[in-house]
Ligand binder design. Structure first.
Ligand code: AHR
Length: 512
């Protein structure tokens, strides 16, 4: 069955900041070690210890920005342990993620080297939970100060003469939970204190991001904006797409992690691959909820910052399912299916459409963790369906968003309904219009009519990501099972565009 959908594209003025297409890499599971970092002596082709295939794949996404070193890990991270000769760096326990040994071989120098190779902006998260103001101040000096100071000398002694350019700096992570279990009022005071010492040296200008709320906790947003808005450039939001309708969130007694459990306390199985349409629908609904959250927190921010100077920085988002059978529960390794692809498209369309306030977002996490764009096994890598969505959507980076009016048919299940089609549009520097759409319904196609205001196109071309099953995915045996194909289903007409979208698909169109 095919539903009929109407979209109208209007002329817009807000730029989609390319940082919305940012990524996040934490010292968690196999994201850094076995992911980005294999070490100089590895038989896996690498440059100064960093895997070449991963760098190439991420460059093809035009990866704009990479957040590091955490996550929860950031508030346990003491940067001095990760500089100097590698063999002399202390080994420590990664208390947040699996209790495994962290050898500190990937530290500040390696991270900046990686960002250089990627052509991506570094986004560093500092330690408020277990670190001191002095430690944070010295790290920034170590990285960005060009004059005479013990920290600049230490950097030089460690082989880096010039300071690095660092713009994005987060002052703590999830300080309401793994970052210190603080009250909003307490953290707001600490934010002001710490951020004073996050200084700008020479021409380096920091863009400071305060720890913001999780999910719908708008009290945190209210307090931070009321107390500290003038001192920040961005306020973070963390929200993960999960199957929420059966399980409960509870907090681990150590306070560090959240697990989904059934009401009887048993851990509920929400497999990344083995699911039915109920769980498909729950994930789509949970992805759409991102828009409610963006609007809810933006409304609070508007009260204190009507000019929208402070950005909403969604610096952790993505799907969170059970780990794959037989893998370490603390490593958060999950497969990635067509369901992840469609849910990523929903969220990216939301960020584009709210780009006046959302100016950065970071998918969690780049390699081998949660909604990864790349999975590795020894020397092999695969690109996930989510990778392909980021590749298709990269046309929006720094383009001017064109607001949409969508009159969508609904995807209905039991008593619940969500919009069948999510979309966003932008015009790039060459004057090309791009429209990205996804069909959230796994069984119904959609006939979409799209009126375009003030834009006369002569040609339309497109690509589509579709699959035969909800859980279709790429594996090391079948790495190209889900990948984009040419899309010939769109036509230009007097009113604009018409296209037929297959069920559970993601489409990008270019009109010129
Ligand atoms: O991305 C995994 C974890 O999720 C991060 O470390 C933490 O910030 C969040 O709770």
């Amino acid at each position: 069955m095919t539903n009929s959908i109407k979209i109208k594209i209007h002329a817009g003025q807000h730029r989609i900041n390319r940082s919305i297409y940012g990524h996040f890499a934490e010292h968690l599971g196999r994201c850094i070690y076995e992911g980005f970092w294999v070490g100089e002596d590895s038989p896996i082709p690498n440059t100064r210890g960093i895997r070449n295939d991963i760098v190439d794949a991420l460059k093809a996404l035009n990866i704009p920005l990479l957040r590091w070193p955490g996550g929860c890990f950031a508030d346990n991270y003491h940067w001095r342990e990760g500089v100097g000769p590698r063999e002399q760096r202390p080994r420590m326990i990664n208390t947040n993620w699996g209790g495994v040994v962290e050898n500190n071989h990937f530290g500040t120098h390696e991270f900046f080297d990686l960002c250089d190779m990627l052509g991506a902006e570094p986004y560093i998260c500092g330690n408020v939970g277990s670190g001191t103001v002095e430690e944070m101040e010295q790290w920034i000096q170590y990285m960005t100060f060009d004059g005479e100071s013990p920290m600049a000398e230490l950097r030089r002694a460690n082989g880096r003469e010039e300071p690095w350019r660092l713009t994005y700096f987060g002052v703590g992570n999830e300080n309401w939970s793994c970052g210190g279990k603080m009250r909003a009022e307490y953290y707001a005071d600490l934010y002001k204190q710490y951020s004073v010492y996050c200084r700008n040296y020479g021409g380096n200008q920091l863009y400071k991001v305060a720890c913001g709320p999780r999910d719908d906790h708008d009290y945190w947003t209210e307090v931070l904006m009321r107390e500290a808005a003038p001192f920040m450039d961005g306020l973070s939001l963390h929200y993960y797409t999960r199957v929420k309708d059966y399980g409960l969130y509870i907090e681990n007694p150590d306070g560090n992690r959240m697990f989904l459990r059934n009401p009887d306390g048993r851990k509920h199985a929400h497999s990344a691959v083995d699911f039915d349409e109920r769980e498909w629908f729950a994930v789509m609904k949970s992805a759409y909820y991102m828009e409610d959250l963006v609007m809810k927190h933006s409304a609070v921010m508007d009260k204190y910052d009507p000019e929208k100077r402070v950005a909403l920085v969604v610096d952790e988002w993505g799907t969170w399912f059970d780990v794959e059978t037989g893998t370490h529960p603390g490593f958060l390794f999950q497969q990635n299916t067509m369901r992840d692809a469609v849910s990523a498209a929903i969220c990216l369309n939301i960020f584009n459409n709210h780009c006046d306030r959302v100016r950065m977002a970071n998918l969690a996490q780049t390699v081998n963790v949660l909604q990864a764009v790349i999975l590795t096994e020894g020397e092999r890598i695969i690109l996930t369906p989510t990778y392909h969505v980021f590749e298709m959507f990269k046309v929006h980076q720094d383009a001017v968003m064109q607001p949409l009016e969508i009159n969508s048919a609904m995807y209905v299940r039991k008593e619940e309904a969500i919009a069948q089609i999510s979309a966003s549009a932008s015009i790039d520097a060459q004057g090309k219009l791009h429209v990205t759409l996804c069909n959230t319904d796994p069984t119904r196609s959609a006939a979409v009519n799209c009126g375009i205001e003030g834009f006369a196109g002569k040609r339309v071309s497109g690509r589509v990501l579709a699959a035969e099953a909800m859980n279709s995915h790429n594996s090391f045996d079948e790495p190209d099972r889900v990948q984009p194909a040419r899309f010939d289903g769109a036509r230009l007409n007097a009113a604009g565009l018409a296209l037929d979208m297959p069920p559970m698909s993601v489409v990008v169109l270019q009109v010129e």
